[in-house]
Design a protein around this ligand. Structure first.
Ligand SMILES: *Cc1c(COP(=O)(O)O)cnc(C)c1O
Length: 395
């Protein structure tokens, strides 16, 4: 399979992976069942030896509603297969644990989501994995760290919350040379704005809690890749360790996927406009958005990404005090920590999502006390703009 074009994706997001029962239902059925019955003892035995497509044993291994979600996501991404899990972190930790063993070496970019950083920095070394963190935006650091014998590289592009863009094709080339698997956490760039598989990623992970659900309802995650990787490497680990996605949550995700492109295209357009109009404001030290020329990796973003995404980050004057004043003055933006929601959200990473990593790591990542992350929702754009303006006045 090849990567889907934008127009294909719109269709695949509505129809991809649909399976119908004997009733011919229009919209996807929820198969809220943990198990499946067999016609005979022989059939049960055969299924435990090998499950064909559309044959199921137990919902921890697979379920028809979850399968629809997996196949729709794989179709949108333009890869062969996927395995859905209960959350984005279940998808991240399952992928890393399925690939790595004691004695293996992992090289990861430092600018990771807080929980990803915990898994990579605190958990994997306990199991004997040698981990090195690099500045993901510096190709030389990847070249030095990724040597033959490195088992995998792991990175987030666009990164959270500083929206660093990593040159995925360049990193993939270095990894390929060393024989390392390329694992990309793609939550912020959404399935729409970056063809990670074409750029060389082997394993692509989404927290579907974010834009895929898009309405702040369900946790979910998915690992996408070749059929060989998903079935032979990921599935044996995932199905026995118990991170299965609930069929109900898979159904919510399927429903949400139908509007993914509509929502993201609109939210991205408004995010871009709001980011551009905040630039140069007296209370704003800098604005980070991948599609603004001022972005440090604008050149990479302009070839690698077809859109800047629904989130932008600003550093305000006045440090923590300025940021808190701004956040508390906002009326439409909810103070929370999700993104990709239909409701606009403001986050102060230093005191919340990135509190645990400590001041030194925050400084290394540029997560200063004046940094606020804005996730743009579906409210009236003019009202969002006015809200930001009046809150900036309060800084
Ligand atoms: C939110 C997020 C995760 C974790 O997803 P959950 O669904 O909350 O477990 C992982 N990586 C990135 C980049 C995220 O933004």
């Amino acid at each position: 399979m090849t990567s889907s074009t934008g127009s294909d994706r719109r269709t695949l997001a509505v129809h991809g992976g649909t399976r119908r029962s004997q009733y011919g239902e229009m919209s996807e059925a929820i198969f809220l069942t943990q198990g499946f019955v067999y016609d005979s003892a022989e059939q049960a035995e055969a299924r435990f030896i090998e499950c064909a497509d559309d044959e199921y044993i137990y919902a921890r291994y697979g379920n028809p509603t979850v399968r629809m979600f997996e196949q729709r996501m794989a179709a949108i991404e333009g890869v062969e297969d996927g395995f859905a899990l209960a959350s984005g972190m279940a998808a991240v930790s399952s992928s890393l644990c399925a690939i790595l063993s004691a004695g293996d070496r992992l090289v990861a970019s430092r600018a990771l989501f807080g929980s990803c950083l915990y898994v990579v920095e605190s958990m994997l070394p306990r199991f004997g994995v040698d981990v090195e963190l690099v500045d993901g935006t510096d190709p030389d650091q990847w070249r030095q760290a990724v040597q033959p014998g490195t088992k995998a590289v792991f990175l987030e592009t666009v990164s959270n919350p500083m929206l660093e863009v990593i040159d995925l094709a360049a990193v993939s080339q270095v990894a390929r040379h060393a024989g390392a698997v390329v694992i990309v956490d793609n939550a912020l760039s959404t399935p729409l704005y970056q063809c990670s598989a074409e750029l060389g990623a082997d394993v692509i992970i989404y927290s579907s809690t974010k834009h895929v659900d898009g309405q702040g309802r369900c946790l979910g995650g998915i690992v996408l890749g070749t059929k060989d990787f998903i079935r032979k490497t990921l599935e044996p680990h995932a199905k026995h360790t118990g991170g299965a996605l609930s069929p109900f949550n898979a159904w919510v995700m399927l429903k949400s996927l139908e509007t993914l492109t509509l929502r993201c295209e609109h939210q991205t357009r408004i995010a871009h406009e709001l980011a551009a109009s905040a630039e140069g404001h007296a209370k704003v030290l800098r604005v980070l958005y991948p599609k603004l020329e001022s972005h440090p990796q604008f050149a990479v973003a302009s070839t690698q990404m077809t859109g800047g995404g629904t989130v932008f980050t600003m550093e305000l004057t006045g440090g923590r005090k300025g940021a808190f004043r701004f956040i508390n003055a906002l009326r439409l933006f909810r103070i929370s920590n999700n993104f990709g929601d239909s409701r606009s959200i403001v986050t102060h990473p230093a005191s919340t999502t990135h509190q645990r990593i400590g001041p030194q790591m925050r400084q290394q990542l540029g997560i200063n006390d004046g940094v606020v992350r804005i996730s743009v929702g579906l409210e009236e754009p003019a009202a969002l703009r006015a809200d930001i303006e009046q809150a900036l006045d309060a800084v």
